[in-house]
Design a protein around this ligand. Structure first.
Ligand code: ZN
Length: 182
């Protein structure tokens, strides 16, 4: 049976997902990822609630093994999602959806691995001073940079679409990123 979360809980998880990149998707598949997401112990806030979420949901915070909204100091918690609920939701996902998530996570990691050492300093050919050499790191061309941006944007959109499917949220949920609080 599919675990049931209230609409508020689903909006809270969408909020967590949008402010944590693909980390929440990973957490639905793997306990290790869930633990590291909780270990960040942070939260996020925005000037208004995410589109479709209740007006009071302008922030969330990680408290132990739970996510709560609004964050402490902004009034009593009105929605809570526990680590156990996230795990159960993940375990109950259809196999096809789980493998789509796994494929996206693999592609995201591959792109990060491919580009994490790229350097954008101005010393690719000319050294910063007479006593040093040009920077030896890899400097992407504008073309490569654009391609990286295109891939990253596409994967971000795919992650958002998968998260909406996991949470049964409509396609109108917004893509805005929120200020992260850590
Ligand atoms: Zn450089």
């Amino acid at each position: 049976m599919r675990p049931t979360l209230t609409p508020d809980q689903r909006h809270l998880l969408a909020f967590v997902g949008r402010s944590s990149g693909s980390a929440l998707l990973d957490a639905f598949l793997e306990e290790r990822a869930l633990r590291s997401l909780l270990a960040r112990a942070g939260g996020a806030s925005g000037p208004t609630a995410p589109h479709g979420a209740p007006d009071w949901m302008t922030s969330y915070w990680t408290v132990g093994s739970k996510f709560i909204s609004p964050r402490p100091g902004s009034g009593p918690p009105r929605a809570t999602v526990t680590a156990t609920q996230i795990q159960r939701l993940g375990q109950a996902l259809p196999t096809a959806l789980r493998s789509q998530i796994a494929d996206l996570l693999t592609a995201t990691r591959a792109e990060q691995h491919r580009t994490w050492q790229w350097c954008r300093c101005p010393h690719a050919r000319t050294p910063p001073n007479a006593h040093s050499r040009p920077c030896s790191r890899y400097h992407p061309t504008d073309e490569e940079d654009r391609e990286h941006y295109r891939r990253t944007t596409e994967m971000h959109e795919q992650a958002d679409a998968l998260l909406r499917r996991v949470l049964d949220l409509g396609a109108d949920a917004q893509l805005d990123l929120f200020d992260q609080l850590t």
